[in-house]
Design a protein around this ligand. Structure first.
Ligand code: DON
Length: 312
């Protein structure tokens, strides 16, 4: 049954208010110092439907950085730039069951190829595959790509978050040097990390994420113009990774409880997609122990139960 969008718009403020309570169970990320300033209790959501209808509630106007949500879009851009074969020579297609910045399987499973493009190691390799002669050109292309999918020129780099991560990223640096040593990363470490930190620091609102999600829900086609923005095959790949790896080592539980493709970021954002119907953007900076927005996941669970969104 298609989602009753009018009912959803009416109920949304109450559901956001009810789910906000779960933020008290989580913690705002502090390992990137600049993210620690985010308000613990915030919760906002925007939904964009294929019909053109939109709904939003709570702190939906609050800007936040994409962080790991960017990995879905750099994967898509790398697929467009290099093709499927070149991308999957460098990264695998399997979930890890480990935390997002784990080193464990890189050394355990030879030849040190990251398991998938949504863990940090995989995403760093993907950033190196984006076309461009300089890190600035690559970052510029990523930002233009995000702006096109968001349907708005406002998404921009948050310089303080970028600098804060670049100054403290010992774990990502060690992952990148390990990848370089194993010849999985061909480019130099620092310029590649610069591209990766910048993509993570792109600042958006829930409405941008909802619109980007809608393009994925609509198999790469902009529903308002009918124009193909992304090849359907690559959108299918991205959505498959979102189901199997998008919520990291909570992806199995999320598939059972919510059942739709989604991707989280440590700033508290979640991108979610109801295939064929709508895109969803959520912000809730307090994270659970797996690094996913605790109130955001509760809100998605509630919506999915109400409107029978599970794909399974
Ligand atoms: O590389 C990092 O650690 C961050 N820039 C992104 C990690 C992230 O968003 C994980 N998501 N839950």
């Amino acid at each position: 049954m298609p989602t009753d969008f009018r009912h959803l718009s009416e109920q949304l403020p109450d559901w956001v208010q009810a789910c906000r309570a779960y933020a008290a169970d989580g913690r705002v990320a502090t390992y990137i110092p600049e993210l620690a300033h985010a308000p613990q209790q915030a919760l906002g959501i925007a939904l964009h439907h294929k019909s053109g209808l939109t709904a939003s509630a709570g702190d939906c106007g609050m800007p936040f950085t994409l962080q790991s949500i960017s990995k879905v879009f750099t994967l898509l851009l790398a697929l467009i730039d290099r093709g499927e074969q070149a991308v999957f020579e460098k990264v695998g297609m399997e979930p890890t069951g480990d935390v997002f910045n784990s080193m464990l399987k890189l050394e355990l499973v030879q030849p040190g190829k990251p398991f998938n493009p949504l863990i940090n190691a995989g995403a760093i390799v993907i950033s190196s595959l984006i076309r461009g002669d300089t890190p600035e050109q690559k970052s510029g292309r990523i930002l233009s790509f995000i702006r096109e999918l968001a349907g708005d020129d406002r998404p921009s780099f948050n310089e303080s978050v970028y600098r804060s991560e670049a100054a403290t990223a010992n774990r990502n640096r060690s992952l990148a040097y390990f990848l370089k040593d194993n010849k999985v990363l061909d480019e130099d470490v620092e310029p590649t990390l610069d591209v990766y930190f910048k993509q993570c620091a792109i600042e958006v609102t829930c409405a941008h994420i909802a619109r980007m999600g809608l393009v994925l829900a609509n198999d790469g086609v902009d529903p308002s113009t009918g124009r193909e923005l992304l090849p359907k095959r690559y959108v299918r790949i991205a959505k498959s990774f979102m189901v199997t790896c998008g919520m990291y080592n909570a992806s199995g539980e999320f598939a059972i409880q919510v059942g739709i493709p989604a991707k989280s970021g440590v700033a508290g954002g979640i991108l979610a997609v109801v295939p064929g119907e709508l895109g969803i953007g959520i912000i809730g900076p307090a994270l659970n122990d797996k690094g996913n927005s605790t109130a955001g996941v509760h809100l998605l669970k509630r919506l999915s139960e109400q409107y029978d969104w599970s794909m399974f």
